[in-house]
Design a protein around this ligand. Sequence first.
Ligand SMILES: *[C@@H]1O[C@H](CO)[C@@H](O)[C@H](O)[C@H]1NC(C)=O
Ligand SMILES: *[C@@H]1O[C@H](CO)[C@@H](O)[C@H](O)[C@H]1NC(C)=O
Ligand SMILES: *[C@@H]1O[C@H](CO)[C@@H](O)[C@H](O)[C@H]1NC(C)=O
Length: 466
Amino acid sequence: MPTRAFCLGLASSVLATCAGTSCSLRDARCRVEDGSEDVAALQLREDGGGLGSRRTHRDLAVVDDRGEMLLQFSSRSRSIPARYLGAVPSFGEKGNFITLLFIYSPALWAAPAIFCSGAGKAHRVQAKIFGGELGEEHGNTIVFQCDWPEADANRTSFDVFLEDGDGHELGRVTAAQNPSLLRHYGTVGCVRPLWNGDISAVAIAPQWLEFHALHGVEHFLVYTASDSDDVVLKMYEPFIKAGLVTRVHFNTVNTDLLKGSNTSHPAMQRHHVQTWAMHDCLYRMRSRAQWLLPSLDVDEYIRLGDSTGAYLRTAWDKIAADHVGSKSGMVRSIRLDRLNFPIEEKRDVSKLLIAAEHRYGETYVQPKYVMRPAFNQVLSVHCQKSWTKGTQEIQISPSEGFVAHYRVHAQREENGPHGQKPNVSDTTLLGQVPLLLAALDKRYGGRWPALAAEFQTGSSMLIGDL
Ligand SMILES: *[C@@H]1O[C@H](CO)[C@@H](O)[C@H](O)[C@H]1NC(C)=O
Ligand SMILES: *[C@@H]1O[C@H](CO)[C@@H](O)[C@H](O)[C@H]1NC(C)=O
Ligand SMILES: *[C@@H]1O[C@H](CO)[C@@H](O)[C@H](O)[C@H]1NC(C)=O
């Protein structure tokens, strides 16, 4: 999705608090994920019916979209409207805190200090604020981080009370998690809410998940929203059963407010949902994933060398070491350029994207990135912004690695100078087509090609609120 490209390396000045004691949150349930399939399945409406039937046994959290908050500060007689998105608990070795996510506004960025506490002003602390450092043009999200006692690490629900500096109540939000569902991972992918637009995202997601799982992405945090087609759950079901996918659901009742400030275009609306999901994923994975793919789309495949084996699990540390040697531990993100492989809009969705053989010779302007969640506070679709002192971003060249973007052909004007042709024959992934097809067929119990068409068509039902 096109957004403003913005990728400068920022001189770091604020020291982020990343202390905390090591805290392992494993339990018996996690061991199921290592091999055999979990017996519990999704309970879709067609199986069970009734309220809550679209919950799954791997729901990490349901986040209620409560829309606009009016923050009424007592001392300065100021009221600041703030578009609240949600609250995310992060517990573990990279810090114990709850993050509140808001859509960026200059007024909120300039607001007086906000304090957070548990009930009865317990562990009251001033929130750290991130996201407006680069000014209005680049702001998309403001995050408030509230330190929280490690003793609460295993709770599933939190009431967070907000106050101004005088102790005047500004509001109260809740945060939810289910820590027993997660382990610790090398590389995790975040998948925003999906809709079937010109790329038939729901239909092509299985091949993307399967490919990245085959190549070392150990887990995926996927997002659904109230207006997601419930066929999405059927699509995710075998991945959920296998313990590869955990879901967060946004009860986006008030979708109007998620639209861009001056647009009713659905793409902008979904942009905000995507940005929300990226930040939610970042903070849920803070102490769980060493590396995160926060904004890769399901038509984008990371390519490194010959792209065989579990390269997506092991490559990042080596790339960091190759580029900056002994400082590799402080690499906060690795940027990859995109190379576009044009595909037809009206195509057979059971055909694999990796079977496309031709791409453009030149890179597309907006990169994607993989990053260490522990070192990042605020993200954009194409870039991250970090205020963690001493960290750095590196960019790899297309000969080392790139994002193969299987993009609908009609949009090729965005690919480069007028008249440019997809003039490079690139068959690197062709040999993997049979492997990936076999994996999909196994995943969907022999029903794969038929299901692709069903996912593309969708159903007439939305997931709705959970
Ligand atoms: C949370 O639960 C895990 C697993 O049951 C346990 O090992 C850990 O000590 C708990 N942490 C806290 C802070 O209660
Ligand atoms: C909304 O966009 C239109 C057209 O781009 C512009 O004329 C108008 O000033 C904008 N309104 C606001 C409130 O930004
Ligand atoms: C493909 O086209 C680009 C841009 O026109 C050009 O720079 C590149 O050299 C071409 N590559 C090949 C293999 O012809």
